[in-house]
Design a binder for this molecule. Structure first.
Ligand code: DMJ
Length: 566
């Protein structure tokens, strides 16, 4: 075979189209030498311009939010998947969703805090411990995804929890419920000692939060220096939702310091002055231990403080009466002052918020507050409070309608109500924690039909509270409607939030635009809570039974204490 080219140009001066590089380069050089100065400058400028065009195009492709993916189709028949009735088929579908979310995380973000599920990139916004991986451990175990669990454990035992990203200060409450909670639960399931060692490392790294005059913790810790970040105030959910985790750590390590340290918060708040029985304004002054200001809410910043009164009582085998008393006081206060129903759908009950004096009522129902029906149902059984179960059913109906009555059947962050004289939150404050009650414009027909109206924040960020309540309500009442509601929610999540890599928060639940609404965020609680509760909803009730386990606020199941504490 000769080395000569075999393809020839049909339109040039009979030059070969494929030339040997040497010949081509030689000719270029010759032309360059023949060209005058202007021609050379023009050629260089042209080459530079072409390079710039290529660089800009490559950068634009890389930054394209949808990675060339147009988003889910909007023309499929509504909820085609909803025909599935069989529990095991539903459970398998939820497990497939977990597998999908996990494999996207594994491929694009393994060991990082979060996968960005549209751009297929990652972040370290929680300091770089890999919070999605830790939060997912027990869900993988519960779903029997054993290979994935093993691989995740191998990674997590190599993480140094005494360090975080340079300059980062770790949010105390978030990392206790997600990381300490996740590790403790994964340890109890696998009995892999290394996970308990890691749990202790997290617990120790964050314990400096409590080094304050009162023992009320600071909200952030610099784990690199081993010191908390001084602050004036902390909210009740941050200070009061770490007790279950530290108590479990004490039980498993035999070291009472963790529990005793965290318990101090409960003792201080137990005796603090409150505006109405069992209701706590959200802000605590760290120096004095007094409740100083802020709303009273069972939504963000207040929620899990109330939840943990009941859960510690259950965890202690119903032996510590302080938690029962505090829980019952709070629920009585809530029932007296915070529960109302829609003026248009009188079966639609909701829990609003109050100002710090417990006199002014804010008729907004947050998605975060949808954990309340589950808590009430659990409390009704443990404490024999049958009326609470009735209220739980009514609130669950509302939480479901928050999904069911939107265009996508996904729920917004909150819905708004009005009272019989058309008073409600000032529109300018719908999206804030302040509220002023004013006369509203007359209700439109949509509001009359739905019973509520939507505010400006219409995003669904893959939150778990409603499916959490559905799981508990189903287990306590045996009413299969709760399973059908959960399945409908799951189908909407599949339809609107699924990306090629995982699942993404959705910008406007009233928009059926699909892909353009995906906000490129997947919080770890989607894998830790939303998918886990859905999976348990379709599992036999004795699988992670509510008689044997208490779930921390991030859905990590802890075995109820074997013997009551001394
Ligand atoms: C979770 O991180 C926890 O459930 C927390 O208590 C509040 N809500 C988020 C998820 O919405």
């Amino acid at each position: 075979m000769s080395g000569k080219p075999i393809v020839r140009s049909v339109h040039s001066d009979d030059e070969p189209l494929l030339e040997s590089p040497a010949t081509f380069r030689g000719r270029l050089r010759a032309r360059w030498h023949r060209a005058d100065r202007t021609a050379r400058v023009v050629s260089v400028l042209f080459a530079l311009m072409m390079c710039a065009v290529v660089v800009v195009r490559v950068a634009m492709e890389a930054m394209s939010p949808r990675d060339g993916w147009p988003g889910p189709p909007t023309t499929i028949p509504p909820d085609a998947e909803e025909g599935v009735k069989d529990d095991s088929a539903r459970r398998d579908a939820v497990r497939d969703a977990m597998r999908h979310a996990w494999s996207g995380y594994r491929q694009h973000a393994f060991g990082k805090d979060e996968l960005l599920p549209v751009s297929n990139s990652s972040n370290t916004k929680w300091g770089g411990w890999g919070v999605t991986l830790i939060d997912s451990l027990d869900t993988l175990h519960i779903m029997g995804l054993n290979e994935e669990f093993r691989e995740a454990v191998t990674h997590v035992v190599g993480v140094d929890f005494k360090k975080a990203k340079a300059g980062y200060t770790t949010p105390f409450f978030e990392m206790i419920i997600r990381s300490l909670g996740g590790l403790l639960s994964a340890y109890e399931m696998s009995l892999d000692r290394r996970l308990l060692d890691k749990a202790r490392e997290v617990g120790d790294a964050l314990l400096p939060a409590f080094k304050t005059e009162t023992g009320i913790p600071y909200p952030r810790v610099d784990v690199n220096t081993g010191k908390a970040v001084p602050a004036d105030r902390v909210c009740i959910a941050e200070a009061g939702t770490v007790q279950l985790e530290y108590w479990k750590l004490s039980e498993l390590t035999g070291n009472p310091v963790y529990h005793n340290t965290a318990q101090r918060v409960v003792d201080i708040l137990d005796t603090a002055s409150k505006p109405y029985k069992g209701l706590y304004p959200i802000w605590i002054d760290i120096r004095s231990g007094k409740l100083v200001s802020g709303q009273i809410t069972f939504g963000g910043m207040g929620d899990s403080w109330y939840e943990y009164m009941l859960k510690q009582y259950i965890y202690s085998r119903r032996s510590e009466d302080q938690y029962r008393r505090m829980y019952e006081e709070s629920i009585d206060g809530m029932r007296d002052k915070m529960v109302r129903h829609s003026v248009y759908d009188t079966g639609m009950y909701y829990v609003g918020d109050l100002d710090s004096t417990a006199t002014k009522f804010s008729p907004r129902f947050q998605h975060l507050t949808c954990f309340v029906p589950g808590m009430l149902a659990l409390g009704s059984r443990v404490l024999d409070r049958p009326d609470d179960l009735e209220l739980a059913k009514q609130l669950t109906y509302t939480c479901f309608q928050m999904y069911n009555r939107t265009s996508t059947r996904l729920s917004p962050e909150y819905v708004q109500f009005r009272d019989a004289s058309d008073k409600g939150i000032a529109p300018s404050q719908e999206n804030t924690t302040d509220f002023e009650i004013v006369s509203l414009a007359a209700a439109k027909s949509k509001e009359r039909e739905d019973g509520f109206y939507l505010g400006p924040n219409r995003s669904y960020i893959l939150r778990p509270e409603t499916v959490e309540s559905l799981m508990i309500l189903y287990r306590i009442t045996g009413d299969a409607t709760y399973k059908d509601w959960g399945w409908q929610i799951f189908c909407a999540i599949e339809r609107w939030t699924k990306t090629p890599a995982a699942y993404s928060a959705y910008g406007d639940v009233m928009s059926t635009d699909g892909g353009s609404q995906l906000t490129d965020s997947m919080e770890s609680f989607f894998l830790a809570e939303t998918l886990k509760y859905l999976y348990l909803l379709f599992s036999p009730a004795d699988y992670y039974s509510l008689d044997e386990y208490v779930f921390n606020t991030e859905a990590h199941p802890f075995k109820i204490m074997r013997t009551p504490p001394p």
